[in-house]
Design a protein around this ligand. Structure first.
Ligand SMILES: *Cc1c(COP(=O)(O)O)cnc(C)c1O
Length: 379
């Protein structure tokens, strides 16, 4: 048996939507992107959503929207994907790395408070694996210090925490539709906010500085020469080529319809893993998963003999991973790092196990048997 770690769940519905875009010969930035944005606004209950070509782009533009002066500091977790922190560097800002809470592995709010100084302008909590950062504590802490809050929601999609959808607690939320995430468009991302004013330039910033929906300062010129002005555009802001296209949005519209079922299936799988692991000594779940309450992009465990277990599972055709090597031990980030001792040591015990919506109960049981066999052999 070969068990994949992650797998996109795509099929006929996605193909039919793509065919629709092909039939109209419109596959760039167009009506499907608008439709997907409108659906995402409904789904998250946010006031405005903007589609981009990755969450990395979303995180870059989210920070750029605030026009922070170069050299200011942004608080980010050490335990995250590189993009959370590269977004800080793209904006000529300085990352300040925060250690993980030993239980949930999200940002440790005590370490956050210790790392804060008056040069900090923003904080970027990551809902690690999909488990919520305690936003009811983080938000008042950030507001009291005048910090902007950008939620990295790459591991969650639609989960409600204390009555509010994750991604709508902070100023801006950034979602990922990369192929390993809860739903996919191949590559893609979405930015959400409840303050549309914050996004006034973001549509231009995703399209090399051109805002085709919203000609602003050119109004007078347009009125005077109305008939000849269909070609006119004006560049007011520094933009990037970060737009989502209609092919990606076509896939996204189909995926969004399936998302509740896919999330429910992921929750079932996590429950099955948790039940199955209860009796296995020396194996702890990665974090206090609550699959009945939240949606999770990853499942994992903590074990002492991590490398041996990974090799053992690999020999049985089971793919595993480690999410993540903390950024503070990565060469690129070392100038700002080596200051998150808990997660820098603890990540050596992390094993990510297969989790995706098409994983069968038999496959989950096969993974569980593999883990049990390893531990019997050791004892
Ligand atoms: C995947 C991921 C991203 C980046 O998403 P892309 O859409 O691949 O750019 C950002 N943050 C976290 C935590 C991620 O897991």
């Amino acid at each position: 048996m070969n068990v994949r770690l992650f797998k996109p769940s795509v099929g006929e519905e996605e193909i039919l939507n793509i065919k629709d875009a092909f039939d109209r010969s419109w596959i760039g930035l167009g009506p499907k992107v608008n439709a997907f944005e409108a659906e995402w606004e409904k789904f998250t209950g946010c006031k405005m959503a903007i589609g981009v070509n990755s969450a990395t782009a979303a995180l870059h533009l989210a920070l750029a929207a605030f026009q922070f002066p170069a050299g200011k500091k942004v608080l980010v977790p050490s335990l995250t994907f590189a993009a959370t922190a590269t977004a800080v560097l793209y904006n000529r800002l300085e990352p300040v790395f925060v250690d993980s809470d030993p239980e949930t592995l999200g940002m440790d709010l005590d370490d956050l408070d210790r790392k804060y100084d008056s040069d900090c302008v923003a904080v970027m909590p990551v809902h690690y694996a999909g488990h919520p950062v305690p936003m009811e504590r983080l938000m008042p802490w950030a507001r009291a210090r005048g910090l902007k809050v950008i939620e990295d929601c790459a591991h969650t999609a639609g989960a409600v925490y204390q009555g509010k959808v994750l991604g709508t607690w902070g100023d801006i939320g950034c979602f990922s539709f990369e192929e390993k995430k809860l739903m996919t468009t191949g590559d893609g991302g979405m930015m959400v906010t409840n303050e549309p004013e914050l996004f006034k330039d973001v549509k231009a910033m995703r399209w090399v500085g051109i805002d085709k929906d919203n000609w602003k300062t050119a109004q007078e010129y347009i009125l005077a020469n109305h008939n000849a002005m269909h070609w006119f555009y004006e560049i007011n802001v520094l933009g990037y080529k970060y737009n989502m296209n209609d092919l990606a949005a076509s896939i996204g519209l189909a995926q969004l319809k399936k998302l509740p079922d896919m999330n429910a299936r992921r929750s079932q799988i996590i429950r099955r893993y948790m039940d199955g692991l209860q009796e296995v000594e020396g194996v702890q779940p990665l974090l206090p998963f609550e699959p009945e309450n939240y949606c999770y992009q990853m499942f994992g465990i903590r074990v002492d003999d991590r490398d041996e277990l990974m090799i053992h599972l690999k020999s049985r055709g089971i793919a595993t991973g480690c999410h993540y090597t903390p950024l503070t031990v990565q060469p690129l980030f070392r100038p700002w790092g080596d200051n998150c001792p808990y997660v820098e040591a603890e990540h050596n015990r992390f094993v990510t196990l297969p989790l995706h919506a098409d994983l069968s109960d038999e496959e989950v049981d096969y993974v569980l048997e593999g883990i049990k066999a390893f531990h019997v052999q050791r004892v």
